[in-house]
Design a protein around this ligand. Structure first.
Ligand code: IVH
Length: 671
């Protein structure tokens, strides 16, 4: 076996080489070796670090591969609060901003123009040239420590290059997902029957909050850095600091301009308003910053935003095209949505053929007629919408549009409730898209999580009369499935196993799966916490329901209505007989109100119990938990490796700091 001194030497060399090639590939886009050679070096380093665990290092390039540990995020206080930017939407508003700046600091200054990257912001702390923390924005004061996930982003240096960096500083930026990675991720999700992300921004922020860093690594996030903070920054200019950061190995976006006039700012805006389509990632505007740090300090901040910077937001991209016809889609709740068929047109990089129209009121308000030329807009979401009509282009052939009176699928007369924008098909039991939609919702991942039952198979099962409702699923056998078109024995077995295992899904998710209108995941959890069984919930009156946290009249009425329906009650009886979880495993009555009125902050890690379990216990005993220590905190429950800032704050505010055994004592339990 290799000696420790040789291993130390080799590990050091490999780390240096891998860091260098990583930088050449991800920051400079100028690789010098093949992917294969890189992988071989990485494998050798992983192997050596396994042999000599004492030589491991949190800043080693091996940390970028991620792992499959399910981690919870510690909350970390931002040394400098993460503020947002004021928004402007017009040149007039920008001119007003410029006037305010001039009034305060005179005319001798420069602006730095940057792109406004549309992702999720991140704050990185470096100490002694090594990445220490990557923290999300959170509420601006306290965010989640997502360091392990951040390390998987190859363009973020784990160890800085060169010299001259302050011993301690913060650098902020935007974590983004490129169009290419986003499209690939959504294709994969759809193939697995998972819901696609609505836009790259949601995909980036969802990915950054994943618990397993290995999955984050697979998703290839990227990051643009745009702001340095610290006591000993290299220069007194924002632009200069970004240039310096470039030399330390950061990827500073090349789309930056330092200018001296407002007109030059407008030129920058004009340029990117046109060119942004060509960028491989989303931006939603431009950011303008006063360059000099001294002048920034002179201008200062309002409560929420700096006075030295502002964003100019682009209007959503719009095109004009012809409205050919309108279809109607019926969802699982019976809500009818009008969908426009359009003459195909290019918009923000994709061909658009269909767009949503929301409801009848919107169609009337916009006075949309078939054959009209309509404005189609793509905001942050994938599905475009119609936002207006060009009445000047209207021809005599355009047809005034009559909203349908009957369901396009089952023919039932549509109803519209007081105060509701949508029309509904009332034929809950027999209207095919409603029945199929409810089954699709029931089997979906966040509900009963039954694999293999996609839209097509549910359609087949429904067409052939094998299932007419969710309870019928539990009567299915392998022999029922095998004769279906394109159904192999293995897939049939998987489906039946999936249905069978779903009997263990906990009560709150069963409640969500039932598809009670307005009862999403969170509401279902609250209902399950308030009523420990489906029988109790079914008997609940509006007044009792309203006592449950976050349940308002609309939800309460919908729950009562659901359980008044005889068909629903029959289905629930059958699901009970099939062995589904129809009550909470922990009954509330087991607990007391010992912690009523007490607020806990739980920080660090605890032997034998997770932070989430502790949080749940606090809730079960009537207490509350919060993420940050304030004067309202009653106890800081402190574990190993807790954030020093929290401890300091608790000491300052004289808040008792307790361990797990003292916590158990408060509950009247011994450990
Ligand atoms: S500077 C104190 N520069 O926009 C000012 N922000 O509402 C700090 N953003 O949350 C922000 N691109 O996530 C700055 N070039 C850029 C940016 C940028 C995107 C995001 C950032 C922030 C939000 C402002």
């Amino acid at each position: 076996m290799i000696s420790i001194s040789k291993a130390t030497q080799r590990i050091g060399d490999l780390r240096k080489e891998l860091d260098r090639h990583n930088y050449l590939y991800y920051v400079q886009s100028a690789p010098q070796i093949t992917d294969f050679e890189y992988d071989m070096m990485m494998n050798e380093l992983i192997h050596l670090e396994k042999l000599f665990p004492e030589l491991s290092d949190p800043a080693s390039p091996t940390q970028r591969v991620g792992d499959d540990i399910n981690r919870e995020f510690n909350q970390v206080e931002h040394k400098y609060p993460m503020l947002s930017l004021g928004n402007t939407y017009s040149r007039e508003e920008l001119t007003e901003f410029d006037n305010r700046v001039r009034k305060s600091i005179g005319d001798a200054f420069s602006y730095v123009c940057e792109l406004k990257y549309d992702g999720t912001s991140i704050s990185l702390t470096y100490s002694g040239g090594v990445l220490k923390h990557g923290v999300t924005r959170g509420d601006g004061f306290v965010g989640d420590d997502v360091t392990e996930n951040i390390k998987t982003i190859r363009s973020i240096p784990l160890v800085l290059h060169g010299s001259g960096f302050p011993d301690e500083f913060v650098i902020r930026g935007e974590v983004i997902m490129t169009h290419e990675v986003f499209a690939k991720l959504n294709r994969e999700r759809e193939a697995k029957g998972e819901l696609p992300f609505a836009n790259p921004r949601n995909a980036a922020s969802g990915t950054l909050k994943l618990q397993k860093s290995q999955e984050v690594a697979r998703r290839q996030l990227d990051c643009f850095l745009y702001y340095l903070l610290g006591e000993q920054l290299p220069t007194a200019s924002h632009f200069g600091n970004l240039e310096a950061a470039k030399n330390w190995g950061f990827r500073i976006p090349p789309y930056i301009n330092k200018v001296n006039t407002l007109n030059a700012v407008f030129d920058f805006i004009d340029h990117w308003e046109k060119e942004r389509k060509l960028l491989p990632f989303d931006i939603d505007g431009i950011v303008i910053k006063v360059d000099s740090i001294d002048q920034q300090n002179e201008l200062g901040f309002t409560a929420k935003t700096p006075r030295w910077a502002i964003s100019y937001k682009f209007k959503a991209e719009q095109v004009i095209t012809r409205l050919l016809s309108i279809d109607f889609q019926v969802g699982r709740t019976g809500a009818v949505t009008p969908v426009a068929n359009l003459e195909p047109v290019q918009l923000a990089g994709t061909t658009v053929k269909r767009a949503t129209l929301h409801n009848a009121d919107q169609i009337n308000m916009l006075d949309i007629r078939i054959g009209d030329y309509v404005y189609v807009e793509k905001g942050g979401e994938i599905i475009p919408k119609i936002v207006g009509v060009d009445t000047e282009k209207r021809t005599e052939n355009s047809k005034k549009f009559e909203y349908i009176k009957n369901c396009p699928d089952c023919g039932a007369e549509l109803v519209r409730q007081e105060g509701e924008a949508a029309h509904y098909c009332p034929n809950e039991q027999d209207c095919p898209p409603q029945v199929k939609g409810r089954i699709e919702h029931f089997v979906s991942r966040k509900a009963m999580n039954i694999d293999g039952l996609g839209e097509e198979i549910i359609d087949l099962l429904y067409q052939t009369g094998l299932i007419k409702n969710i309870a019928d699923l539990y009567d299915l056998t392998i022999d029922d499935l095998i004769p279906l078109e394109r159904m192999g024995k293995k897939s049939a077995e998987n489906i039946i196993t999936g249905i069978s295992t779903s009997r263990n899904v906990p009560f709150d998710r069963v409640l969500y799966a039932l598809g009670i209108r307005y009862a999403g995941e969170t509401v279902a959890k609250k209902l399950a916490a308030g009523f420990s069984s489906v029988d109790l919930l079914a008997r609940a009156e509006i007044t009792e329901l309203l006592k449950v946290d976050e349940i308002g009249t609309k939800i309460a009425e919908s729950v009562v209505q659901f359980f008044r329906n005889k068909n629903n009650l029959l289905i629930i009886e059958r699901l009970k007989a099939a062995g589904l979880q129809m009550e909470s495993v922990q009954k509330r009555s087991m607990f007391s109100d010992k912690l009523k009125g007490k607020t806990f902050v739980i920080s660090g890690t605890f032997a034998g119990i997770s932070r989430d379990e502790l949080k749940e216990m606090v809730g079960n005993y009537g207490g509350k938990t919060s993420g940050s220590v304030t004067s309202k905190t009653d106890f800081l429950l402190a574990g190993e490796n807790m954030g020093p800032a929290k401890l300091q704050k608790a000491n300052e505010l004289k808040i008792p700091v307790i361990g797990v055994s003292e916590f158990y004592k408060l509950l009247g339990k011994d450990e």
